[in-house]
Design a protein. Structure first.
Length: 306
């Protein structure tokens, strides 16, 4: 079992570290052996508004990278298929160059309106079938060496709510080294009545009971949590305007999403037993933090002692 820290090549993350050695020392002192990298546009302190290819980020060496998290599009089903393939192959090629052992891909469809209103336009099965067809177009005929791990969200797509849908995704994807990245926090968001982390652990075990035969396909875990059901219920009950300006809408949607999906340490007593039950190859502490100091505190709080 390998332990990773999530990291992006965006300005907010890279300004926290002075060098690759500094970054490596930081994650190793918190019990991690590598990084799960999301290759966003790289910016420097000298030119924060200039976005360079992720490859130019000097903080990341191939020996530090275990996984790559694709820069996934939530609202994609009506987009041009060839443009999407180009977008994802860019990240997959980066994964090859970095020697990544796995990549992460969101199986979800949610547009801005759905994100704000919680009124969805597709079923899980519809999204799964479309996503599987797209994944096949993306990967068929390619000789990639890594695991392709499909991640769950709480919007239509892979949610782990219905085992028959999860199995359908496995059955439809051709790629041999396929599996799942179980995001624990994302799954908790499918139940708005959860009040404690311990209830969250129990809820995850019930999902695993229903998916017993598919547990071996859970090759990785994004270990994090946030219990925001009360926030969502209040949000749904209140009227909200849908901004017409694209940038204003983008900001409102992402502010809302981060209120739901806070990516905080999963510290309940039963978390280690849960991870042992799954026995994944990869565990990534996936946090959203505001500083190096807060990231250090989160990693210390959520660290497993297996």
């Amino acid at each position: 079992m390998k332990f990773q820290m999530n990291f992006t090549t965006s300005y907010d993350d890279v300004i926290r570290f002075t060098s690759a050695d500094d970054l490596q020392h930081f994650y190793m002192e918190h019990g991690c052996t590598g990084l799960e990298v999301m290759p966003l546009g790289y910016s420097t302190k000298e030119a924060p508004d200039v976005y360079l290819p992720a490859e130019e980020c000097p903080l990341i060496r191939p020996d530090m990278v275990t996984g790559i998290h694709c820069c996934c599009s939530g609202d994609w089903m009506k987009r041009n298929r060839q443009e999407l393939i180009w977008h994802y192959r860019k990240d997959l090629n980066y994964a090859v160059r970095m020697g990544a052992e796995y990549v992460v891909f969101h199986v979800v469809q949610v547009d801005d309106e759905e994100g704000l209103t919680y009124k969805t336009k597709h079923t899980d099965r519809e999204v799964i079938e479309e996503a599987a067809d797209f994944i096949n177009a993306l990967l068929d005929g390619q000789q990639y060496p890594f695991w392709f791990l499909m991640e769950n969200l709480w919007w239509p797509g892979l949610t782990f709510l219905h085992p028959e849908d999860t199995q359908a995704l496995l059955d439809r994807v051709h790629y041999e080294k396929k599996g799942f990245m179980l995001d624990t926090g994302h799954f908790l968001h499918t139940n708005l009545e959860l009040k404690t982390q311990e209830e969250g652990v129990e809820y995850l075990h019930k999902m695993l009971d229903a998916h017993e035969s598919m547990i071996p396909y859970i090759k990785g875990i994004h270990l994090q949590q946030s219990l925001t059901g009360e926030y969502v219920k209040r949000w749904i009950q209140s009227p909200h305007e849908f901004p017409e300006d694209p940038m204003e809408r983008f900001c409102k949607v992402y502010e809302h999403i981060f209120q739901i999906d806070r990516h905080e340490p999963f510290t309940a007593k039963g978390v280690e037993e849960l991870v042992r039950r799954i026995n994944p190859s990869y565990v990534t502490y996936e946090y959203i933090t505001r500083s190096r100091e807060e990231l250090s505190a989160y990693l210390q709080a959520g660290r497993l002692r297996l």
